[in-house]
Every structure is written in C-alpha cells, then in structure tokens.
Design a protein around this ligand. Structure first.
Ligand code: 13P
Ligand code: SF4
Length: 315
C-alpha cells in the first residue's frame, strides 16, 4: 500500500482523472483535512455538494453527510471512505419510530437536525444544522407548534434561545454527552484566562457554563475573532486542527471526557476514515451512497428549504 507523499500524490491524480472533489468535515484526521478541497461543518458541506461541478463527490465525514450530498446531487456519484462511519445521534432516531412519534403530533411542523438518515429527512418539513437552527426556527410562524429531533440537547438549547416550546425527540450524541463537568471546572481553575467554548450537542449544565456555544464553524470563527488567547474546546477534537492553523499563537485545550480510559472526545465513526480508504474509494469508485429515488425526492424538500433560509440569512 502507498504511504505518505506517494499516497497523497496518487489521490490527487485520481481526483484529476475522475473529476472528483474531496469534501471533509472538521472532525476528520488532520491529514485528511489538509488533503481535502473543501473542509467545513455540515452546512458548508451540504452547500458545496449542492453546487459542485465535479462528477464524483468523495465525502469524508459520516454516512448521513454522504447521504445529504447524494440527496442534493443525485446525478453525481457520491463515495464515502467507509460505510461503517455512522453517527450515534442519527442511530438514536430510527425512521419507523420517528414516523409513529410524528403521527402523535399531526399539527406540528417537523424540524430535524441534519444528523439523521435520509428516511427521517423524508419525514421532515425543514432540516437544520447547528449553524442555522435558530434562524430556521425563528422563520416558523410563532403560533405554529414544532416537533424537533433527534438531539434533545440541541433541542433544549434552541428552546432557551428562541423561547419556543418544542416537542423533543429523546436522542443524543455519545461524544458530546461524555464531557466531564468536574474535570472542566478543574481545567477552568487551572486556566482562568481560558474561554470555555462548546458545541450545542453538549448537555445543558456544560452549555450554561460555556462562554460561547456554537456549531463547529461558529466555534472556529469565535477563536479567530476573539482577543482571548486560550480556549477550552468542548467538541470533537478534530476541530482543533483548523483552530491551531488559523491562530497558531493561541492555546487550544481539548475538554476532557468523564471516562479517562478512552478518548471520548474523538468520534470513533469520524475517525474510521483514513487516507488509504479515500484512495481505495476513489480508485474502485465504491463504497457508493445510493438512495431510493422516492425517499430522495421527499428528503430533498426539507434540505432545500433549509438552504433557501440559510441563503436569506446569509449563512
Ligand atoms: P456541525 O454541524 O457543527 O458540523 O456538527 C456536526 C456534528 O456531527 C457534530 O457532532
Ligand atoms: Fe454523530 Fe456525535 Fe460523531 Fe457528530 S460527533 S458524527 S453527532 S456521533
């Protein structure tokens, strides 16, 4: 198997030969982020997937991100490095159960976080990401009841920001729920100058303590724009790569998980992807993301609605 510079060169060659684009989420390994044509949060990846001229999109992230790209660009071939790169939050919301939950609240507008399967998106009225969720919810008439899923932590946080009472699905991300308040309090004492920043998938007590809460893109921007020079970062550790690149003189401390025997602030699904798997996926043109056309046609509607609102909000 090729390694290092040779492997990167072989990937670049395949990309040119096949008119492929590599899109990577901020939680990918540093080497993948550095090799990618586009690095971004889930909103940016969806926006880029909708407008790329490439024939092949290699989506290095988790499976639902590949599905979102395929839903938006059905005429393109969408590849993922490893089909086992799933998402505990998407898994916490099986489509059949969600359909039954939705049936209990027939008059509600169904807003779902992008971390869901294509089948759940097909049951939704509007999709959101953590970058645009507040704007999307505020765009829904105030007297219209809302059902939100699958992330209970993001849902509760959005309720506190928008003042909207929403019916919440009881799902969560195992990575963001693992952060230890006790250890973070100790870290803050040891680094009183440090700003605590957190992703809204974290539990409420951590979000209340945080100096800033935002999506991966918003956290990155905050660290660039703030005068502060030290940050305790409560989200998946992959984002630290872009933070350090953008602000090399600043200090970034990954928030510790409660279980010190594992690096729970790494998403093991995101970290299944490797440069070798990207090379093989481009070479063999598989694993390919395929979606039933009837599901895709339903799922594209709430995603396009989200993209339209994001464009109006200049996000
Ligand atoms: P972003 O939308 O902030 O990229 O988050 C995606 C995700 O999976 C967070 O765990
Ligand atoms: Fe899913 Fe959590 Fe991994 Fe994000 S960090 S992809 S929400 S399991």
């Amino acid at each position: 198997m090729l390694k290092g510079a040779e492997l990167r060169e072989a990937i670049a060659q395949l990309k040119t030969e096949k008119n492929a684009v590599i899109m990577a989420h901020y939680y990918q390994e540093d080497v993948i982020q550095d090799m990618a044509d586009v690095v971004g949060d889930s909103l940016a990846l969806a926006q880029q997937a909708a407008k790329t001229n490439a024939d092949i999109i290699l989506l290095s992230g988790v499976y639902f991100m590949g599905e979102t790209a395929k839903i938006l660009s059905p005429q393109k071939k969408v590849l993922v490095p490893d089909v086992k790169a799933g998402c505990s939050l998407a898994d916490s919301c099986p489509a059949d159960d969600f359909a039954a939950f939705k049936a209990l609240h027939p008059d509600h507008t169904v807003v779902t976080y992008v971390n869901t399967t294509a089948d759940v998106k097909a049951l939704s009225d509007i999709v959101v990401t953590s970058t645009n969720a507040v704007g999307v919810i505020n765009s829904i008439p105030i007297d219209q009841p809302i059902l939100f899923g699958p992330d209970r932590n993001l849902g509760a946080y959005l309720q506190s920001l928008t003042g909207r009472q929403m019916v919440l699905w009881d799902g969560a991300c195992h990575v963001h729920e693992q952060f230890s308040i006790e250890k973070i309090v100790a870290l803050k004492k040891a680094h009183p100058e440090s700003r605590l920043i957190a992703h809204p998938e974290c539990k409420q007590p951590l979000l209340v303590m945080a100096d800033f809460v935002g999506s991966t893109a918003a956290l990155l921007k905050y660290t660039q724009n703030e005068q502060h020079t030290s940050f305790i970062v409560a989200t998946e550790a992959g984002i630290l790569h872009q933070m350090r690149k953008a602000s090399p003189a600043k200090e970034f401390i990954p928030a510790p998980p409660s279980d010190s025997t594992c690096a729970c602030n790494d998403c093991e699904f995101m970290k299944l992807n490797t440069l070798e798997k990207i090379y093989l996926a481009l070479k063999n043109e598989r694993p390919e993301v395929l979606i039933d056309e009837a599901v895709r046609r339903k799922a594209v509607v709430p995603i396009e609605r989200m993209l339209e609102i994001s464009a109006q909000l200049k996000l």
